[in-house]
Design a protein around this ligand. Structure first.
Ligand code: ZN
Length: 96
């Protein structure tokens, strides 16, 4: 049976995986679950995976980003809804 500190470390590890996943614009809930199942291995795999490019887009193409109307977080112009608060971006350029 696992001791209490080990359970705590497992949980912290899962939260670390979730944080990295969010930083890489990946599924936070998915990686949290995966880290709970696979432990530190999930963190190692996650660190090896490339970012999906959200933050690279913020750095390299600021013109491709626009601030959310509701929460003022940067939102990609080609997305219809804010990834932070879920607000639909009505005023943003939608291809038509
Ligand atoms: Zn928002």
């Amino acid at each position: 049976m696992l001791s209490e500190p080990a359970v705590l470390l497992w949980g912290v590890n899962a939260l670390v995986a979730m944080t990295i996943a969010m930083a890489k614009d990946r599924s936070a809930a998915g990686w949290l679950l995966l880290a709970l199942l696979a432990g530190p291995l999930a963190v190692v795999v996650l660190l090896c995976l490339p970012s999906t490019g959200h933050y690279a887009a913020v750095r390299l193409e600021p013109e491709a980003m626009e601030l959310c109307d509701s929460c003022f977080e940067p939102v990609r112009r080609d997305r219809h809804a804010c990834r932070y608060c879920g607000a639909v971006q009505f005023a943003k350029a939608m291809p038509r």
